[in-house]
Design a protein around this ligand. Structure first.
Ligand code: MG
Length: 204
């Protein structure tokens, strides 16, 4: 369905059920059931913000989970990332590089993807995993998931499912299975690729 070089739009639904984030990317290819897409540095992306204009990292967690939201278009900061999407599972895996080269694998726990003709839609599940060396991993943002439950953004049962998916992916890391063992860290983008474009109607 997807060919190398195709534009692929990843969209994020906020807790209020509205699409408030979007990242335009370009399809790289598929290995062992994961579709890889490239988000280049400085790509214009849509990010959720508070309705008063503050960023979600510029407020306390209570405000993040209780105040109304809006969106803002900003360039992607830092190096480009490679995002790997499973066909049917509640996570994606992002490969990060820095000035020294490959940095690590970030597992973003998120709702199972809804696939459509422009890309896929999901919803961030707050809790994440960071893996910097093969077979080693650590939780990230456990406290934020607790706060999301405390404010009713995530149900207790939902948080249990999110943690269970994280545990499942952690075992994949410990066994060093796909997509971690698939050598994506040696992939590099075609410098001739034009930057993907955020469509005006990204939120509809
Ligand atoms: Mg996350």
């Amino acid at each position: 369905m997807w060919a190398e070089g195709d534009e692929f739009l990843v969209r994020y639904e906020s807790a209020d059920g509205v699409i408030r984030g979007a990242r335009p990317t370009r399809v790289v290819g598929e290995r062992h059931g994961y579709l890889a897409v490239w988000l280049p540095a400085a790509t214009r992306t849509a990010v959720p913000v508070l309705a008063d204009g503050r960023g979600l990292r510029d407020c306390c967690l209570e405000e993040r989970y209780t105040l109304p939201r809006s969106s803002r278009v900003v360039p992607w900061r830092g190096e480009g990332i490679l995002m790997l999407f499973p066909r049917a599972a509640a996570h994606s895996v992002w490969l990060f590089w820095n000035a020294d080269g490959f940095w690590g694998w970030y597992v973003n726990l998120e709702r199972r993807h809804i696939w459509h003709d422009r890309g896929c839609d999901t919803r961030d599940h707050v809790l994440d995993i960071w893996c910097e060396r093969p077979r080693e991993w650590e939780w990230k943002d456990e406290h934020e998931l607790e706060q999301a439950v405390a404010h009713g953004v995530v149900s207790v049962a939902g948080a249990d499912q999110i943690r269970a998916e994280g545990e499942r992916v952690a075992r994949m890391i410990e066994r060093w299975e796909s997509p971690f063992c698939d050598a994506w860290e040696t992939w590099r983008p075609d410098p001739a690729w034009p930057q993907p474009v955020l469509p005006d109607d990204w939120d509809t």
